[in-house]
Write a protein that binds this ligand. Structure first.
Ligand code: PHE
Ligand code: CA
Ligand code: ZN
Ligand code: ZN
Ligand code: ZN
Length: 289
């Protein structure tokens, strides 16, 4: 898998910050900064040759939008999906939560295009709306699928907060998740161990957009650098940073801006997305015609 450029991911973060700043300070469900965020990601994907579709839903009197992107080719009965929520809370711009996951995923998509990847499996990415008001977009998407369409999805990887300023390196635990999730956990832990970074398994329960996929029996995994939880002394030993302080002291606050991101954590996790998608989808026999 390619080494994802931190500078490119940071450039996307800067665009999301500008979108928030120009739209009342946030990118929340039902606010103009959300749709502007969708249009930014869609514009980059369309220009890179992805097939995109914007799927609307209604929640709390406002229209919500999921952005679904398919990379042409690969086995349509073996789909590797990855996703990130694109909305923020109303309190702020939502840069660590979750412009980081959105930007990392976008940059991986652009590198799939740059590589003209011809994977064995079909690759589909999702940018979810209305996560912050109850996982609404991802739940709407999974509920919209037929039984046959759900069965085509081999795996779903979720990336929600991957640049916390006082970072942990958490990988979603497969324990209690559908059969097949252990392979996803191991793909992610294996990547971090290959770059010399220790990880801990975390039970994210129903706290992010993987939950609807797991309920549908689809194997799930993901990474997370921490939210309101407090870094322990042992964690500061292995990962650096400050023990006794939150992984993200600006979680759901107005200070979740571009300076609320640890660049090393963002870079490593963006590379982990690339590695896992390349590995799980398979590199195929060559390039697209
Ligand atoms: N979903 C939470 C939020 O957006 C953050 C979170 C992600 C919590 C992953 C736990 C695990 O606020
Ligand atoms: Ca990198
Ligand atoms: Zn949040
Ligand atoms: Zn989040
Ligand atoms: Zn790799």
């Amino acid at each position: 898998a390619p080494d994802i450029s931190l500078a490119n991911v940071q450039a996307h973060l800067n665009q999301f910050q500008t979108i928030a700043t120009n739209n009342g300070g946030n990118r929340a469900h039902g606010r103009p900064g959300y749709l502007a965020s969708v249009n930014y990601v869609k514009g980059k994907l369309d220009a890179a040759g992805w097939t995109t579709s914007v799927k609307q839903f209604t929640y709390s009197g406002a229209t919500g939008y999921n952005l679904i992107a398919d990379w042409p080719g690969g086995d349509p009965n073996a789909i590797i999906m990855a996703g990130a929520h694109l909305d923020s809370v109303t309190a702020g711009a939502g840069i660590n939560d979750n412009a980081t996951g959105s930007a990392g995923l976008l940059e991986v998509a652009l590198q799939i295009s740059a590589a003209d990847l011809a994977p064995d499996k079909h690759i589909r990415f999702g940018w979810w709306g209305a996560e912050e008001v109850g996982l609404v977009g991802s739940t709407n998407y999974v509920n919209s699928l037929s039984t046959a369409e759900k069965a085509q999805i081999d795996a779903y990887l979720n990336f929600d907060m991957i640049g916390s300023p006082n970072p942990a390196y958490f990988v979603y635990s497969a324990s209690g998740q559908p059969a097949g999730s252990l392979a996803l956990q191991q793909t992610l832990t294996g990547y971090f161990s290959s770059i010399g970074v220790q990880t801990e398994l975390t039970s994210v329960g129903g706290r992010s957009d993987h939950a609807a996929f797991a309920r549908a029996g689809i194997p799930v995994g993901g990474t997370f650098t921490g939210a309101e939880g407090i870094k322990t002394a042992a964690q500061a030993q292995k990962w650096g940073g400050t023990s006794g302080q939150a992984y993200d002291p600006c979680y759901h606050r107005s200070c979740d801006r571009t300076n609320n991101v640890n660049a090393t954590a963002l870079d490593r996790n963006s590379d982990a997305i690339a590695h896992s998608v390349w590995t799980l989808a398979g590199e195929g026999g060559g390039t697209n015609p």
